[in-house]
Design a protein. Structure first.
Length: 326
């Protein structure tokens, strides 16, 4: 930012700069601040009484300050603050950090399958108490009773996915449980890598809601019912997910290569292990009848099927999941 301003100003002669400065001073004369007025008067006196050579020399010396950082943009990016102007004052709020590595997130979004007209991606932000345990295994935050405290559910296409995730980075305290602020360290964002079906979920939502409205109201939330139907409505089974815990990728990868062709394998490194995402359409013919039985017998498999996975580049208990390059 400073370099851009410098390059712009360097294109003007000292005389032009003086004229521009005098015009600026005239516009700022109505500022009701003694300090501002003194500062402007000092600058005006400097330009009126300083030679062209000295102005150039002084300007050249100021280049040392170009390398003093961070820039405003860098500061806002790394501190995750919201600026809210109200009555000329600035309020700064620390925000939850969902995106940990923008590059890894964008690479993941690019990797995701393209959606059809009736499809969407489903995401869910959780607070998990297993990420906030004390060294002795006890719960650090007593108000987080459930291991999966659901905070926010959203849907998105590929084009808007990054901005939708960015919108989750709200002011600390926006997410609460029983009146307590959700701690940053507990957060994890999940996504269904297999697209969800809007058409199917709409039909199923209508059926569910029809059953409910024929009975006495029982504290149901129509919005939550629809979101749950979207989550359940798998449109295409592009990936078969296997969640491995308590084993290392290096232990399992040689066996995977025996049971299936490498082109069909995608690996996501997570906080407690890794996910193997089998791209079903790429399985070669010689493995199609045997891969499932062989791979599901491997040690360390926790869950398998059409699962939600931690979003690469986003927080998972302050760990950043990422796709492994094979």
């Amino acid at each position: 930012m400073i370099n851009e301003i410098r390059n712009e100003l360097d294109s003007f002669s000292p005389d032009e700069l003086k004229i521009m400065w005098e015009e600026t001073v005239d516009k700022l004369k109505n500022i009701e601040s003694p300090k501002a007025t003194d500062f402007l008067d000092e600058l005006k006196e400097y330009f009126n009484n300083t030679s062209e050579e000295q102005v150039k020399s002084d300007w050249e010396k100021s280049k040392d300050f170009d390398n003093i950082g961070p820039t405003v943009d860098e500061y806002l990016e790394h501190t995750k603050v919201n600026l809210n102007s109200e009555n000329t004052s600035i309020k700064m709020h620390k925000c939850y950090e969902i995106i940990k590595d923008k590059t890894k997130l964008l690479e993941f979004i690019e990797w995701l399958p393209e959606l059809k007209d009736n499809e969407t991606y489903y995401l869910c932000l959780f607070a998990r108490n297993k990420y906030t345990r004390n060294e002795d295994g006890t719960n650090k935050y007593s108000f987080l009773k459930s291991d999966k405290c659901q905070l926010k559910r959203i849907t998105s296409n590929k084009e808007n996915l990054y901005s939708k995730i960015l919108q989750l980075e709200t002011k600390i305290g926006s997410y609460q449980e029983k009146g307590y602020d959700i701690p940053q360290e507990s957060l994890v964002l999940y996504i269904t890598v297999n697209p969800r079906d809007f058409e199917l979920s709409t039909k199923n939502s209508l059926i569910s809601l029809l059953h409910l409205v024929t009975k006495k109201y029982s504290n149901y939330n129509p919005h939550q019912i629809v979101m749950s139907e979207i989550q359940k409505s798998n449109s295409r089974k592009i990936y078969f997910d296997l969640d491995f815990d308590n084993v290392e990728i290096e232990e399992i990868l040689p066996k995977l290569k025996e049971y299936i062709n490498i082109e069909a394998i995608n690996i996501l490194k997570t906080r407690g292990g890794f996910h193997v995402l089998i791209e079903v359409s790429k399985i070669e013919k010689q493995y199609q009848k045997t891969w499932y039985n062989n791979i599901t017998k491997l040690p360390g498999i926790d869950v398998k099927g059409d699962n939600m996975i931690p979003v690469p580049g986003c927080t998972q208990g302050n760990f950043t999941p990422y796709l492994v390059k094979l």
